[in-house]
Design a protein. Structure first.
Length: 164
C-alpha cells in the first residue's frame, strides 16, 4: 500500500561491501527510560539582565543569575547578583555571590560579597567572605557569619535583661 521512498537515504559508500536494504535491521533496539544517559554537558543558562531603562517595583527571586543595570525597588534573591555601575537597588539583597558596581540601599547578605571601586552601599553587609576595593563607598556595619544566607541570623538580636 505505502512504500518508503529512498530519496532521503544516504548513498552507499565505496568501501561498503553490501548496500543497506533493510533499515529496520540497522535500527538499534529500543531502550527503557532508565537506561538512557546523556553524554552532553549540562549548560548553565545565561544571566537575566535588567536593562538600564527598566525600573522594577517589587521583589525578585530566582535560582539563576541576575545582572541589574536599571533600578529595583524591592528585595532580590538570586544565585549570583551583579549590580551594574549605573544601577540602584533599594531593598535587601541575598545571593551566594554579590558583586556591587553601582548603588545598594539596604542589607546585603552573601557567601561572597565584592564591592568594586565604583560601589556605593548604604546598609549592613552580612557575609562569609568579603572584598572591598579601594574607592568603594560603604556606610553600615559588616558582620561575618558561616551561613549568611540563613534568615535565622538575619534578625537583630534582642537584648538580654540585666541581672538585678
Amino acid at each position: 500500500m505505502f512504500s518508503k521512498s529512498k530519496i532521503n537515504e544516504p548513498a552507499p559508500k565505496a568501501g561498503d561491501k553490501k548496500p543497506a536494504t533493510d533499515t529496520a535491521a540497522a535500527t538499534p533496539p529500543a531502550t527503557s527510560g532508565t537506561d538512557f544517559k546523556s553524554t552532553a554537558p549540562k549548560t548553565k543558562p545565561p544571566a537575566s539582565t535588567l536593562s538600564a531603562d527598566l525600573m522594577i517595583t517589587g521583589n525578585i527571586k530566582t535560582t539563576g543569575d541576575i545582572i541589574v543595570e536599571g533600578q529595583v525597588d524591592g528585595d532580590i534573591r538570586a544565585h549570583l547578583l551583579t549590580v551594574g555601575e549605573g544601577a540602584t537597588v533599594k531593598g535587601e539583597v541575598v545571593a551566594d555571590d554579590v558583586v556591587v558596581n553601582g548603588r545598594v540601599v539596604g542589607r546585603v547578605r552573601g557567601l561572597k560579597v565584592r564591592l568594586t571601586a565604583t560601589a556605593r552601599v548604604e546598609g549592613d553587609i552580612i557575609h562569609k567572605t568579603i572584598a572591598i576595593e579601594s574607592g568603594a563607598h560603604f556606610e553600615g556595619s559588616v558582620q561575618r557569619q558561616d551561613d549568611p544566607l540563613s534568615t535565622a541570623g538575619a534578625a537583630p538580636k534582642a537584648k538580654m535583661p540585666e541581672p538585678k
